[in-house]
Design a protein around this ligand. Structure first.
Ligand SMILES: [Fe+2]
Length: 292
């Protein structure tokens, strides 16, 4: 590292994750932002144990790394099933889907660059965060399979994500979910630097141009491949922990926890860019249906 204010305490697993010790002032000033971005690209998950940032400090730190989302909420989305914190039942429902593997930001049409979580209230049991290295998992596939997968496009939608929470939705729920339309993403996401990862998870409905069973079997197989234990880091939370992960290069999920626990995570989204050669995603229209 180029800055003495910045130290890697330990690597968390061989495949991904590093725990850092960072001078607080350096972190908030942006002086170590370039080092953090570089290490995030390399290790995908960065852990700042019990650093205890306030919401304002969290937003200030995140802003040193790039543009952030949820500006209308001050840069923080409160992730909680506590109705006092999160009275909007629809938002709480969407957050329940975080118990299955996914990436953040599909709804906006571009995967978020990174996600930052700050532990504010911990559950008595459960609630761990799991992150899987989708860059390494892709790199470990045979070259001919990589080449084939790079030709495929995947349709993502809210309905697919929400069926993990409600396997038998009501008509009204389906109508609500389908209002947000569908997004088309390349199966293999490539950043401007050329890094490739598998873009999968609970929002993935099917593969364009492939029969539903064949496409869904492929997506299932790849998701199992990415999330096998050797590619996964599991974070057991302590109060004040801050976890930052490379969202477009990984999949993540939370372990179940009691909904009465009042668990609260402050989440800041670091926005993504258009990726490689404009090969991002686009909003699906009715005319696209024929080609699905
Ligand atoms: Fe998430």
């Amino acid at each position: 590292m180029s800055d003495a204010a910045f130290e890697v305490v330990q690597d968390l697993t061989p495949a991904l994750g590093s725990e850092l010790r960072v001078d607080r002032e350096a972190l908030l000033s942006g002086r170590v932002a370039a080092d953090i971005r570089r290490l995030l690209d390399e290790r995908l998950v960065l852990s700042f144990r019990a650093i205890g940032l306030s919401p304002e400090e969290q937003v200030r730190f995140a802003s040193t790394l790039g543009p952030i989302g949820n500006q209308d909420r001050g840069g923080i989305l409160q992730v909680s099933q506590n109705p006092d914190v999160n009275p909007d039942a629809e938002v709480a429902d969407y957050q329940r889907a975080s118990l299955t593997w996914h990436f953040d930001g599909f709804y906006g049409g571009i995967p978020d660059y990174a996600t930052m979580l700050n532990a504010r209230v911990l559950p008595e049991t459960g609630g761990e965060t799991h992150v899987a290295n989708a860059v390494m998992a892709f790199a470990d596939l045979p070259a001919d399979e990589q080449e084939y997968l790079e030709t495929l496009w995947v349709v993502h939608d809210v309905e697919s994500a929400m069926r993990s929470v409600y396997p038998w939705p009501t008509h009204a729920q389906l109508q609500t979910w389908q209002k947000s339309g569908q997004r088309l993403f390349p199966l293999v996401w490539r950043t401007k630097s050329g890094r490739k990862s598998l873009l999968l998870g609970h929002s993935a409905s099917h593969v364009r141009g492939m029969s539903l069973p064949a496409g869904r079997t492929l997506l299932c197989r790849l998701c199992e491949w990415v999330t096998q234990p050797r590619y996964v880091y599991t974070h057991s939370w302590q109060m004040g922990d801050l976890l930052l992960w490379d969202n477009a290069g990984s999949l993540h999920k939370a372990s179940p926890y009691p909904e009465t626990s009042r668990r609260l995570m402050d989440r800041t989204a670091l926005l993504g860019d258009n990726g490689w050669e404009g090969r991002s995603s686009y909003f699906f229209t009715a005319e696209d249906d024929a080609s699905v």
